[in-house]
Design a protein around this ligand. Structure first.
Ligand SMILES: [Zn+2]
Length: 432
């Protein structure tokens, strides 16, 4: 099966260039890139005016299986990923039971065999994510994890985290840190500031995140571990990571689309879909996050896709669970809010959503280059349409972006040479 993408704009982060060319895909690989390609046997797909990017990877999502299949399954979550333009996802380990054993990792990998996009599992850093004893890290590595994390929770005990980091260096394994001092954040449901005071809601100060960012950087510096800070939300965290990188600490970081597109003002609607952890912060924080993306302090944009049922979110703000269903809006939000507004170039977006995640996770290089695996995300920058949660294939309809009219949408997702999404519709033989 050959595919010929005709007349697209090939995004090449290696050369920091965009050039008009046809792309021929053969046997799961990129076979040729040049203008005016002819391939009579290939299925030709016109993509004039569309950007052909290296395949996007979401390096932070919650697929909920095993244990909470009412919220999402590996199949529905990966279908949502394909629909959202992602060619691979990294699944966090806060499932029920948690991914602290070889058996759970093997179950995830087994379920992922029927998935439209590959799933890379994260193993827990500590047993049952309790932060007390190290998980069987050697076993988890053998089972095929790409990183360690107790995400959803921090490892509160610094001595335990030190040992996790020391152990991780034996495998050069990435540690993904959910940075939150849970004593400082206890009972909080939104950013602590003017608006939380106005609304009379309990706040979570920036310090709850920043103290852990600082601590984890210090421990990474001491142990030589590879540290990745998840969902950075505050200006202070960006500053700490920038300084650490300048000192040569092995630290990388990610930001979510919702922390870039919303502020704590959104909570004034009392829409429980604005309840996220870490919380939505202030315009100054958003500005610092954008600056961090531009100067390379923040390496990655990741969704932190956290699907919940309608019943769970349809309660008072206080009682709703934290999280947004993000896989099907991330790429479009980032195009509309960052690329179309000139904050990031298309090349930079491809770096943050494809090349850097692959590099940090130790996956094969993501770039549109002859010989590479044909993992591609094609974006139509002219397509303008509203977000409709009722059309989500994710079981999670919990999105604060419902109804937002966005410019620039993924229109093709190609995994190993096979189209898994075209014009917003899933294709292929996977179960529906
Ligand atoms: Zn987290």
């Amino acid at each position: 099966m050959c595919l010929l993408l005709k007349g697209g704009l090939v995004v090449d982060p290696d050369r920091n260039s965009i050039k008009k060319a046809d792309v021929l895909l053969e046997e799961g690989r990129i076979a040729a890139i040049q203008p005016g390609l002819k391939a009579p046997d290939a299925q030709t797909i016109p993509v004039e005016g569309c950007y052909i990017c290296p395949g996007f990877i979401d390096m932070h999502c919650h697929l909920r299986e095993p244990g909470e299949e009412m919220k999402e399954t590996i199949l529905t979550g990966t279908r949502a990923a394909a629909r959202g333009g992602f060619t691979a996802v990294v699944a966090m380990g806060n499932t029920k039971p948690p991914a602290d054993s070889r058996a759970v990792i093997e179950l995830v990998k087994g379920q992922a065999e029927a998935a439209p996009v590959p799933v890379y599992p994260v193993g827990c850093a500590t047993k049952e994510r309790k932060g007390l004893e190290l998980a069987e890290i050697g076993d988890l590595v053998e089972a095929g994890i790409v990183a360690l994390s107790d995400d959803g929770n921090p490892v509160m005990n610094s001595e335990v985290l030190r040992r996790v980091m020391e152990y991780s260096t034996m495998f050069n394994l990435l540690i993904i840190s959910h940075c939150e001092d849970t004593h400082l954040s206890a009972g909080g449901i939104m950013h602590e500031g003017y608006i939380s005071t106005l609304l009379g809601l309990r706040g979570i100060p920036r310090a709850a995140e920043e103290i852990h960012v600082a601590r984890d950087i210090i421990l990474a510096e001491m142990t030589g571990a590879r540290l990745h800070i998840a969902h950075v939300s505050s200006a202070g965290s960006v500053r700490l990571i920038r300084e650490a990188k300048q000192r040569g600490v092995r630290v990388t970081a990610e930001v979510t689309p919702h922390h870039l597109c919303l502020t704590d003002e959104a909570v004034m609607t009392f829409d429980t879909n604005t309840k996220v952890n870490p919380p939505l912060r202030t315009p100054e924080d958003v500005e610092a996050l954008c600056a961090g993306l531009r100067d390379g302090t923040i390496d990655v944009i990741a969704t932190d896709h956290a699907p919940h049922t309608l019943e769970e979110k349809d309660v008072e703000y206080n009682y709703a669970p934290f999280g947004i269903s993000g896989l099907e809006t991330a790429v479009s939000l980032m195009w509309d809010r960052l690329v179309a507004k000139g904050i990031l170039t298309p090349v930079q977006l491809a770096q943050k959503m494809a090349c850097n995640p692959a590099k940090i996770l130790g996956l094969p290089e993501r770039s549109v280059k002859v010989g590479n695996a044909a993992n591609l995300t094609v974006i139509n920058p002219q397509l303008k349409q509203p977000v409709r949660v009722e059309s989500f294939v994710s079981k999670g309809k919990n999105s604060p972006f419902n109804g937002w009219e966005l410019l620039g949408w993924p229109v093709l997702t190609i995994v190993a040479g096979k189209i898994v999404m075209s014009e917003g519709k899933l294709t292929g033989s996977e179960r529906s």
